[in-house]
Design a binder for this molecule. Structure first.
Ligand SMILES: [Mg+2]
Length: 272
């Protein structure tokens, strides 16, 4: 798909994510907007999927390891046609809703793995990638994790195994937005050296602008061209990207726009 079209889709997904949080009166808009361009590119250009057959054995897999960003994930699945009929009101985080505050593979068609307990996505993705090798299938497994999330030790068990088993069919995006729930990543652990750590574990590592669709596409192509090594694409992203009052403002890690703020979102993100 053309980059300009993907940009438009990402903008629409951003609005839908904000609307979902506004209507549900709870949720994490900042971390969702951060990864909108990556999610749009994966779901509308990169991934080999069939929305009408979400359990298709040969589909590419996707894990949103930073599960709290799920509003953008739900918006993408909806726009891509996973839900019939298309969802108008998501009832985000409501009891019994298909759209829980963290993704559940038992609640939402198209969700390949439950997530939200941070740190698990890469190890589970490595398992999916290993299964593809064992079953001689050519699907890819994509994971998006956060830069704060990489403080979870279990990430590095999966990262080590993926390199040891030469899982070149595993592609991990890191949303390096510099923030985590409480404060900045640097404040929390003193440094945000994501790329260096993946390199030290022997991965194929690229560093790109996570809001540049062409760069995202090129990085995926380079990751696929790399044989033997798993790939990490470190994406420089802006938390809250696309909405003036949310950009670079970690207060929007979790929060609900007021009526006035939602009106600004409608204006800046083009409404429906
Ligand atoms: Mg972060």
């Amino acid at each position: 798909m053309e980059n300009e079209k993907l940009q438009q889709i990402a903008k629409k997904l951003r609005f839908e994510a904000v609307r979902m949080v506004y209507e549900g009166k709870d949720g994490h808009p900042g971390p969702a907007l951060s990864i909108a361009d990556i999610v749009a590119t994966l779901y509308f250009d990169v991934m080999n999927i069939d929305p009408k057959n979400p359990e298709w054995e040969d589909r590419d897999r996707f894990i949103l390891s930073k599960g709290h960003s799920c509003p953008i994930y739900y918006a993408a699945l909806n726009e891509r046609g996973y839900f019939e009929p298309k969802v108008e009101h998501f009832n985000l985080r409501q009891l019994g809703s298909m759209f829980q505050g963290h993704p559940s593979m038992h609640a939402t068609p198209g969700v390949d793995m439950t997530s939200g307990s941070l740190g698990n996505g890469i190890a589970i993705g490595a398992g999916m990638a290993f299964a593809a090798k064992a079953l001689k299938k050519d699907y890819y497994t994509y994971v998006i994790c956060g830069d704060g999330e990489l403080q979870e030790g279990v990430c590095w068990e999966g990262i080590n195994t993926a390199r040891g088993r030469n899982l070149d069919n595993l592609i991990v995006f890191v949303d390096r937005n510099g923030w985590q729930s409480y404060k900045s990543v640097e404040f929390t652990v003193g440094q945000n050296n994501v790329a260096d750590r993946f390199r030290a574990f022997g991965w194929h590592v690229q560093e790109i602008d996570g809001h540049n669709i062409a760069a995202i596409k090129d990085a995926v192509a380079a990751a696929k061209a790399e044989k033997n090594l798993p790939s990490c694409i470190v994406c420089d992203c802006v938390k809250g990207k696309g909405l003036s009052f949310m950009e670079h403002n970690n207060a929007w890690h979790k929060g609900v726009p007021t009526d006035e703020q939602f009106a600004i979102a409608e204006k800046e993100l083009g409404g429906k």
